[in-house]
Design a protein around this ligand. Sequence first.
Ligand SMILES: *Cc1c(COP(=O)(O)O)cnc(C)c1O
Length: 434
Amino acid sequence: MADHPLRGLPSVDTLLSEPLAAGLVKRHGRPATLTAIRAALASARGRGVAEGPEALLAEAARLLGRPPSLRPALNATGVVVHTNLGRAPLAAAAVERAAAVASGYSNLEYDLEAGARGSRHLHLAAILAELTGSEDGMAVNNNAAAVMLALAALAGGREVPISRGELIEVGDGFRIPEVLAQSGARLVEVGSTNRTRIGDYARVLGPETAAVLRVHQSNFRMVGFTEAPSLDELCALAAEHGVPVIDDLGSGQLIDLPDLADEPTARSSVEAGATVVCFSGDKLLGGPQAGIIVGAAEAVARIRRHPLARAVRIDKLSLAALEATLELYRDPARALREVPVLRAVAEPADAVRERAERLAARLGGAVVPTTARVGGGAVPLLELESFACALDGGDGLAAALRAGEPPVVARVQEGRVLLDCRTLTDEECLRISL
Ligand SMILES: *Cc1c(COP(=O)(O)O)cnc(C)c1O
């Protein structure tokens, strides 16, 4: 048996009879304590060391006190939508809505008026129509799924022309040509990497064309000798041929912010005539992970009915948080105040500097100017004026901050740790200790 005392290790029963073990049983329960004691014994056995009861129970206590694998962390990187750090923190209203729906039953797929089965895909139709000017709208698990589903439902098995300048990789190996292949549509390359004209599209549109795909260059920009038709031109041409246009906005946004003019709003794409517009819920929008699909009623209805819609459906917690986030956008000034991503992007540099000064005074650091970024593949060229608390101590201090509670993720630059205050709130700063 695995519990046999090897190389002088005490038995499980001996360890359980120690006073320290009684304390662990009281705090964590007997089954969890037993598991931890066995794990501590197995580890000692594996290392071939005959540890005494004290060391073994200390290890068991450490295992029992281990923080969860996924847990809150502080983002001191200055990258607002940080893909590795969970992207968008939610607005308080979104957290409250998700908690309310999570703690009980809900009308997720129930029509309360009719007293009959309903659809989760209908909850957002009205508010998305209101915010984007579209006829209909829905959300799925993420934007990668939204694009894949839209292609599968509207273009499966047939041709989809796309500019060579838009055959991009978004990150994590999400490459447009591969997504197209997975959806069952056939890619038709149009134009060249830097220049694609409306005439290039006109030449390839034909009876086999199912839809035209346009992809926003989310994480890079091309400068110099470049050309691309406007979305209006593209939609007019597609309409002549009776084919839909699918516009993947990537981040997308719902309100016009001067600093973020590079990121089109969903409304501008709808107004230009795109049949279907896809964008992320947790990039600049600042909501939960989700992919939003808005557009013409007939196209969205076909997308809802496609079998893949079930495989990529959004869960009720994200749906609840997304609806609450969207409601904030009914009043753009309120969205700017309450959606954390927008607040971080729009906060005046002076306020960020003052926060950095308070943090530096408390931790004994110096205030330095930095450049923060939106991140998440949105407005890659935009440099946000920011300030950090700089601390002496390089990779060692950065590792210690990551090991703290809460963990703090910071940048190391020229041997100093920079705590960028554009992505930290006042309350979070107070929780950082050295
Ligand atoms: C980010 C992005 C996606 C994928 O969105 P997720 O929400 O991460 O799945 C797709 N297309 C473009 C252009 C993007 O920028």
